[in-house]
Design a protein around this ligand. Structure first.
Ligand code: FMN
Length: 375
């Protein structure tokens, strides 16, 4: 046991500074200070802000005791300890210090995008059916649903021509696409997997530019042709392919084994508790490599490009899978933190964004029209 006096001396001699990743706001007339990287929040007051202001440069509690008059020694030491425990003050060379330093170097966009991305990361299971029912009861029941159509009834109209979908297979595919959540757990072939990946994340060609060298041409567009989205295939059932997690290498159209093993139950965790995902033949976890885009564009608006890029990719994936007669889905409710831990990525320079999956539908064609689930 370290004697109390020695512990206290160490504590007040520790160099600390205020985290540069704090957002402060009022919630129900209460001042809230939130560290969006560690996702800890603290209810404070003007004195908290003064203390954090004092620690914007590296300082120790001993210095604070000398400089900050009008407070008792105990209250200053307690407040500093409290702010440290809540991630608002960072001790020099601590794990948090290293994390926040790395973050500042990579995530070049200002607060708006940083706060949104990190404050909305998920590490909890999806709501249970009972919680979802309670939510509907509490917030939605008895309220009027917003109109699903917008119209200008008073304005002149031009009637457009109906389409039968006959001219091109793409039109048929667009008509057939819908979300599948019922999978038999059966296998898809390596040929199907290869095609899906090629037309979703693969390099169709490259072209040379003066400023940026060779750039990629893929089936989906990408803001500034940065193509920040990476894909990891969790292979559950593919003929001739060992179960495991693979990284898709765009460079040579191959799957690189990251971890061998049966990850079907982990799929449920990755999808934040959506149990049916364990029966997908392959679940693709998409991440974004932040610096690939942030290096070129420094404005926070460009953060949206990640989300839009992932959306385009997802639609290509769904259409290719549909064209191959397979069932497919996209899921935005994912456990970012468990995915990042499993993939061994830092969640700062490479961060989880979206997931899509494919498999053999257990429903007959046409069953879908009888009643679809909505999530
Ligand atoms: C951004 C986004 C996130 C979604 N996340 C989920 C999800 O987490 N779980 C799920 O079951 N479906 C998810 N879906 C699928 C939608 O629920 C589905 O597209 C919607 O019900 C319409 O059905 P359809 O795709 O068959 O037309 C998501 C779709 C989008 C575009």
């Amino acid at each position: 046991m370290v004697p109390i006096a020695e512990r206290r001396e160490k504590e007040i001699g520790l160099r600390m500074r205020t985290s540069p990743h704090i957002v402060i706001y009022f919630q129900v007339r209460q001042l809230v200070l939130e560290n969006y990287i560690t996702r800890q929040s603290f209810q404070g007051g003007p004195a908290t802000v003064l203390l954090l202001d004092y620690f914007t440069i590296w300082r120790t509690a001993a210095q604070a005791l000398r400089d900050l008059t009008g407070y008792t020694e105990e209250s200053i030491v307690d407040s500093i300890r409290n702010l440290r425990d809540h991630g608002l003050l960072i001790a020099e060379d601590s794990e948090q210090d290293r994390l926040e330093n790395r973050f500042a170097k990579k995530w070049l966009w200002p607060n708006a995008s940083r706060y949104y991305h990190f404050a909305t990361k998920l590490d909890e299971p999806y709501s249970s059916p009972e919680e979802i029912r309670n939510y509907y009861e509490k917030y939605l029941k008895g309220t009027k649903q917003p109109a699903i159509y917008k119209t200008y009834p008073e304005r002149p109209k031009i009637r457009l021509l109906p389409d039968s979908g006959a001219e091109a297979p793409l039109f048929q595919t667009l008509r057939l696409r819908h979300t599948t959540r019922d999978f038999s757990g059966g296998s898809i072939s390596l040929k199907q997997l290869s095609r899906i990946i090629y037309y979703t994340w693969g390099k169709l060609s490259t072209y040379k530019t003066q400023e940026f060298g060779h750039l990629l041409h893929k089936a989906s567009p990408s803001a500034g042709a940065r193509h920040p989205i990476e894909s990891y295939a969790v292979v559950n059932n593919v003929e001739g392919v060992r179960r495991g997690i693979y990284h898709y290498s765009v460079k040579d159209h191959s799957l690189e084994l990251v971890k061998a093993g049966d990850f079907r139950e982990r799929c449920v965790t990755f999808s934040a508790g959506q149990t049916w995902t364990r029966n997908a033949s392959v679940l693709f976890l998409m991440t974004a490599v932040v610096e690939r885009t942030a290096w070129k564009y420094r404005i926070p608006r460009v953060y949206r490009a990640f989300l839009l890029d992932a959306g385009h990719i997802s639609q290509s994936f769904l259409l290719v899978s549909t064209a191959l007669g397979l069932g497919a889905f996209c899921i935005g409710v994912i456990s970012d933190l468990s995915i990042e831990r499993e993939l061994g990525i830092d969640g700062v320079n490479e961060t989880a964004i979206f997931a899509v999956g494919v498999g053999c539908s257990s429903k007959e064609k046409g069953d879908f029209e009888k009643g679809a689930e909505v999530h």
